[in-house]
Design a protein around this ligand. Structure first.
Ligand SMILES: Nc1ncnc2c1ncn2[C@@H]1O[C@H](COP(=O)(O)OP(=O)(O)OP(=O)(O)O)[C@@H](O)[C@H]1O
Length: 262
């Protein structure tokens, strides 16, 4: 399934937070949404998982406006892991993952053996099968993040929308979770802060700055020293990963006027 944003603008509290964003993630592609703090990444993704309604433009799934789909059809198509999604209730890990199956049966229906199997597989994929009976409130931040990814996978969506999916994860789990997502064959739209992970994993990236798209293309085309200086305010050298050939970035502070007067 493809997902696209067509001229999406989002206004809140009298401010335009995102303006005229057009981008697409086609079937099976891993597309990164990049940008400095406050550039509008989460706000853009909120329009995709319908927490916010665009003030202009539309979000389309396979060319169909998201708004024209029923809630159940949408939930079968798109699973989201939002930033800082947390629960106040001490559900067990299995119960949280089982919530991912809700779009596939009625709220009051019992889980079938098939539903349970999807949950077990998803939990095993994120390496947390051993924590199935633990309360989520007792988990570390990284474990909880992996449970939310398992819930999204158990939903059997066609499109995954991830807001900072590597938040709280140690380096091994950052790489494993993104590789798992990449290998899933799902269409992925993910906001990422780590530009080297984005360069390693994404087929295409889009960069937001002050709510506007300022660059789109492959990581190689987009993550240039010039863009990194202009948008992120850092000096960067681009090198090639010796094994994968992917671009990787070595960062330094950009010299400021105060530095040169010192
Ligand atoms: N409901 C709201 N009302 C007013 N301003 C908002 C609202 N939601 C977000 N903003 C503002 O919109 C801008 C973009 O926020 P957003 O969370 O989308 O940025 P981001 O790129 O995801 O940032 P970060 O990298 O820090 O997570 C910020 O300046 C934020 O303060």
């Amino acid at each position: 399934m493809d997902i696209s944003l067509n001229g999406v603008s989002i206004t809140a509290a009298g401010r335009t937070l995102v303006e005229d964003v057009t981008l697409a993630a086609s079937q099976g592609r891993f597309v990164g949404l990049l940008g400095p703090n406050g550039s509008g990444k989460s706000t853009t993704l909120r329009a995709v998982y319908q927490v916010l309604k665009p003030s202009a433009g539309a979000v389309l799934v396979d060319g169909k406006p998201l708004e024209s789909m029923t809630a159940r059809t949408r939930a079968r198509a798109i699973a989201a892991v939002a930033q800082e999604s947390h629960t106040e209730f001490d559900f067990t890990v299995s119960e949280v993952v089982a919530m991912g199956r809700l779009p596939h049966h009625g709220l009051l229906d019992r889980m079938t053996a098939g539903d349970r199997q999807w949950c077990d597989v998803a939990l095993a994929q994120v390496g947390l099968a051993h924590l199935a009976d633990r309360g989520v409130l007792t988990l570390s931040g990284g474990e909880r993040q992996r449970v939310l990814i398992a819930r999204a996978l158990a939903q059997q969506p066609r499109i995954l929308v991830l807001d900072e999916p590597t938040n709280h994860l140690d380096i091994r789990h950052q790489l494993e979770i993104l590789a798992l997502v990449r290998a899933s064959g799902l269409t992925v739209l993910a906001a990422l802060h780590d530009l080297n992970l984005a360069a390693a994993m994404c087929d295409a990236v889009h960069v937001l700055d002050h709510g506007r798209l300022v660059a789109s293309g492959t990581p190689e085309q987009v993550l240039t020293p010039r863009l990194l200086a202009e948008v992120f305010g850092v000096h960067a050298a681009v090198v090639r990963h010796p094994a994968t050939g992917r671009p990787q970035l070595l960062f330094d502070r950009l010299e400021t006027q105060e530095d040169s007067h010192a």
